[in-house]
Design a protein around this ligand. Sequence first.
Ligand SMILES: *Cc1c(COP(=O)(O)O)cnc(C)c1O
Length: 410
Amino acid sequence: MPCRIETLEKPARPTAFAPLPQPLAWIEADMLALRARGLERSQRIRSGRQGDAVTLDGRPLINFGSNDYLGYAGDVRLTKAAAKGACAEGFGAGASPLVSGHSESHELLEQSIARLLETEAALLFSSGFAANIATIAALAGPDDIIFSDARNHASIIDGCRLSQATVRIYPHRDMAALATLLAGDRDPVARRKLIVSDTLFSMDGTLAPLASLCEIAHQYQAILMVDEAHATGVFGPRGSGLVEKSNCNDGVHLRVGTLSKALGAAGGFVAGHQAVIHWLRHKARASIFSTAHPPSIAAAATRAIGLLAEEPQRRKTLLDNAAEFRDRLLSAGIDLGEAEAQIVPIMAGTAEAAVRLADRLASNGFFVPAIRPPSVPEGRSLVRASLSWHHTVETLQRLASTIEALRHEP
Ligand SMILES: *Cc1c(COP(=O)(O)O)cnc(C)c1O
């Protein structure tokens, strides 16, 4: 039975605003500076659902700008699971998890995550961002050292800052540099050492060398925490992530992930040893002082984890198609950096060049967003094609031909 498509009230944006009061007037100047550097953003409004096509500001485009890797964000089965959860437990959770917000749906979801990851326990957060900042700030403090990959996600960077630990940043995936930093940090002796890395890097589409990370963490007796946000649902025989694919379950101490990307729902989690997760329930401030996410979301996310087991061909199709797409662009001499997954960056250099390429792709019917500072360093702007199970081989071939043709235009 299909879900009845509802028509929602159409939003209209106001256009006239009062001048800013004096204490906030500097914001106008700051915004002008962003505009001058080509960094002003306009937030597009999407109509309808995520899918292979998406309507942005009223314009239908082939969608290469979502993290909906398995096509579940708009899946009616999840809409229904959410409706069922809301009918059973209400729309709002009403309290933080430790008080009365943790419903049976939340409990089921935590157990489903732990089973999927083959860990003892998992702790939910309202977002992956919250999971990272809360977990890092709980694990490390001013007496500790965190070793962080230079391209780690903003939520890891903010977690490191919040922890007030000393932060040592190693060049992207450079294991020799990481080992050197760890070897050099014996004097004075840090109370704890924490290594943290994305597993699939969101801007570059690169993979962390997990086996080496485990080896180094073991050698230097450091805690190893990885963020699987873009890998959850995509990698591994069961779809639990790159840790599973790389056979590194034993060497990775904590795994953060999100329910908001391949799983099509919302929310984040950290999973690991029962004793660690139980302790985190007492220490992770973004969990303790924040309302549990709506039970409907938890119910939908549990269903999405079920779909991972029922539909393994989705992740296989996605990764096979992505490999073919990258091969085709690479053999046409297009710079993809070192991408090796379903996130395919087309390197453009300046922010202007990235925006120009994205605009031209949009004129050809493709939504492939430009990524510029602060999401990437200055001079490393790119256009990022996020592939989804939705995309057919023909669609991918058309995008590749369009990129190849546009490359020759000034
Ligand atoms: C998206 C992302 C997050 C945040 O997850 P949300 O659930 O969207 O808040 C965390 N880490 C990485 C690497 C991400 O790409």
